[in-house]
Ligand binder design. Structure first.
Ligand SMILES: Cc1cn([C@H]2C[C@H](O)[C@@H](COP(=O)(O)OP(=O)(O)O[C@H]3O[C@@H](C)[C@H](O)[C@@H](O)[C@H]3O)O2)c(=O)[nH]c1=O
Length: 328
C-alpha cells in the first residue's frame, strides 16, 4: 500500500515508518521537522495523490494541563486533523490510522466492594498532600481495587491534550461516516523505547528517569511509586499501527488500547532502569502532580481479537534495551 505517515520523524512515527517499510509498504513521510505542517492543505494536496492510507502520528504531545496551552493543542491536534481529513476526502483516501491516547479515559477503572465498577473523578490536593494517593469510592469512601480499562469505558478527557486527542477521534468518526472511510484509533498507553525524546516536561516518565540516570542523578519517583501503568514498547506500538492498516470497518471508527497487557508501577520502572545502569537508586519523593491519574491498567484484548495485535516485548527485555538505547 502507498501510505502517508504524518509525524514521520517523531518518536513513534519514525518507528512506524520502519515497521511499514519492513512489511513492504511504500511509505511517504510528512513532518514539521522537514517544514511540512499538517495544517497546510496545499502540502497535503501535493502529498496525497496516489496515497491509499494515512497513519496520523503528528500531534502536539505532553501533559497539556495548562489552560494557556489550549490554543496550541487545539490548532495542531484538532484543526490539523480536520484539515487532514478534508484533504483525504478530496483525494479519495479511504483509510486512516490515528494515534490516540489512554488520556481519553481520564482515571482508570476501580472496583468498589459495595458499588462495583467505578470511575472516580480527579484526586484532590488535600488528599494527595496527606499521602492519600489511592482514589476512594466517590459514593461510600471505601478503598477500591484497580481494574483493567476496556475501550467501552466512559471517556473523561481532563486537559487540553486529552480533549484534543478525543476530538481527533470524533473528527475521524465523522469523516468515516460521511465518506465511507475506515478509521482506526489506537489509544497508546505509556510508550517507551529507543529514540524517546530526552527528559522534557513533554516526554513520558521513562525518558525522564533515563535522562536523570544518564546525568548521574537519581530518578525522582512521585507519590509512593505505586502508580500502575502499562508501559508498551515503541516497536510494539509500530506493529500495532501496521496491524491497524488492515483492521476496522468501512464507515466507522474503531478504537483500540495499545498496551502490553503487563502493568507495572512507576517505582518498578525507576528501579529496573537504575539497576540496568548501575544506579543511582531512585528516590521516592512523595511529590505529586495535580491532575495525574493513579492507576491506568489497559485491557489489551480487543486489539488482539480484532487486529491480531499482541505486544511481544516483555517489560524486563524492553527496559534492559531502553537503559542503553539512544534518546532523541
Ligand atoms: C515526570 C515524572 C512522572 N512521575 C510519575 C507521574 C505519573 O504517576 C507517572 C507517569 O507520568 P507520565 O509519564 O508523565 O505520564 P502519564 O501516565 O501521566 O501519561 C501521560 O503522559 C504524557 C507525557 C503523555 O504524553 C500522555 O499521552 C500520557 O501518556 O510517573 C514520576 O514519578 N517522576 C517523574 O519525574
Amino acid at each position: 500500500m502507498r501510505v502517508l505517515v504524518t509525524g514521520s520523524a517523531g518518536f513513534v512515527g519514525s518507528h512506524v515508518v520502519e515497521a511499514l517499510e519492513e512489511a513492504g509498504h511504500d511509505v511517504a513521510g510528512l513532518d514539521l521537522r522537514n517544514g511540512e505542517d499538517v495544517r497546510d492543505g496545499a502540502v497535503l494536496d501535493r502529498m496525497l495523490p496516489g496515497v491509499e492510507a494515512v497513519v496520523h502520528q503528528a500531534a502536539k504531545v505532553g501533559l497539556g494541563v495548562d489552560v494557556a496551552d489550549l490554543p496550541d493543542y487545539t490548532s495542531v491536534n484538532a484543526y490539523g486533523t480536520a484539515v487532514l481529513l478534508a484533504a483525504m476526502a478530496r483525494h479519495g483516501v479511504s483509510r486512516l490510522v490515528l494515534a490516540s491516547s489512554m488520556v481519553v479515559y481520564g482515571e482508570g477503572a476501580y472496583d468498589c466492594p459495595r458499588h462495583g465498577r467505578v470511575r472516580p473523578g480527579p484526586r484532590v490536593a488535600g488528599d494527595l498532600a496527606r499521602g492519600l494517593f489511592e482514589p476512594r469510592c466517590p459514593r461510600c469512601g471505601s478503598p477500591m481495587a484497580s481494574a483493567t480499562i476496556g475501550e467501552d469505558a466512559s471517556l473523561d478527557p481532563r486537559n487540553a491534550y486529552a480533549t484534543t486527542k478525543l476530538t481527533q477521534e470524533h473528527l475521524a468518526a465523522n469523516w468515516a461516516r460521511e465518506t465511507g472511510g475506515t478509521a482506526v484509533a489506537l489509544r497508546y498507553h505509556n510508550v517507551y523505547g529507543p529514540k524517546m525524546p530526552r527528559g522534557t516536561p513533554y516526554s513520558g516518565v521513562a525518558a525522564i528517569f533515563r535522562s536523570a540516570l544518564e546525568a548521574g542523578r537519581a530518578p525522582r519517583v512521585f507519590e509512593d511509586g505505586g502508580q500502575r501503568r502499562d508501559f508498551v514498547h515503541v516497536r510494539d506500538v509500530a506493529r500495532a499501527n501496521l496491524a491497524a492498516l488492515s483492521g476496522g470497518a468501512a464507515g466507522a471508527l474503531a478504537a483500540y488500547n495499545v498496551a502490553s497487557g503487563e502493568p507495572h508501577t512507576v517505582g518498578e520502572m525507576a528501579a529496573a532502569l537504575a539497576a540496568e545502569r548501575g544506579g543511582p537508586d531512585p528516590v521516592v519523593t512523595g511529590d505529586y502532580r495535580l491532575g495525574d491519574v493513579r492507576h491506568i491498567v489497559a485491557s489489551p484484548g480487543r486489539a488482539a481479537e480484532d487486529l491480531g495485535f499482541r505486544a511481544r516485548i516483555a517489560f524486563a527485555e524492553g527496559v534492559k534495551e531502553f537503559a542503553g538505547a539512544p534518546l532523541a
